[in-house]
Design a protein around this ligand. Structure first.
Ligand SMILES: [Zn+2]
Length: 208
């Protein structure tokens, strides 16, 4: 029991979304943990670009709080389930992140419930390896909570509608991409790209 807890802690520290971009030390270490899980977390955002119309019109009246684990597993990919429902973290600098960096104007929606979470005009390059935004598009659509998964307090970011885990928010960091200063809000929302559905602006008709 105790050893598995230690193993869990050790594993999660490999994926710890910690990156300080001060003085150009922003490269997150890839210390061997990335390869096993990284290969499976591909193309979610790419495919969704094409399939967005269908998923966007999904029944918005679902009672997400009432869904069982099995129902969530049916609705999500294994990677999305691991992150949204088990507070997992995707490996940094994976395919999903490369897709994210190449995306233009649009909005980012929760893979669990399709709620709009972020807009592309608040994304910025944190050199972190995970999608980074400095502000949610609608404050009421995200909520925060303190977690101690790594043995110290971090502010977890969750979807306010389906309660899915999205990532963490950090404050007071400085970034080279911000001219060495802080973001306009002083915050970095460090979000798992696997659980974001990108809707390009030109496809946005009918999506709320
Ligand atoms: Zn959600």
């Amino acid at each position: 029991m105790k050893s598995s807890l230690i193993l869990l802690l050790a594993l999660s520290s490999l994926f710890l979304p910690q990156c300080r971009d001060q003085e150009g030390q922003g490269e997150p270490s890839q210390s061997g943990g990335g390869e096993s899980k990284g290969q499976t977390a591909v193309n979610d955002m790419t495919n969704l670009n094409e399939d967005q119309e269908a998923s966007a019109s999904e029944n918005p009246k679902v009672d997400y709080g009432a869904l069982s684990d099995e129902e969530w597993k049916d609705r999500l990919t294994p990677e999305q389930y691991y992150i949204l429902r088990q507070a997992g973290t995707e490996p940094p600098n994976g395919e999903v992140y490369k897709e994210f960096k190449g995306q233009g104007g649009g909005t980012y929606h929760c893979a669990g419930c399709n709620t709009e979470l972020f807009k592309s005009d608040t994304k910025f390059d944190s050199h972190c390896g995970w999608p980074s935004f400095y502000d949610p598009s609608k404050a009421q659509n995200v909520k925060t909570d303190v977690d101690f998964h790594l043995g110290y307090a971090r502010t977890e970011v969750r979807c306010a509608v389906c309660d899915g885990h999205l990532g963490h928010v950090f404050s007071g960091e400085r970034f080279a991409s911000m001219g060495g200063g802080q973001t306009p809000t002083g915050q970095r929302y460090c979000i798992n790209g696997t659980v974001l559905k990108f809707v390009p602006n030109e496809q946005k008709s009918g999506v709320e």
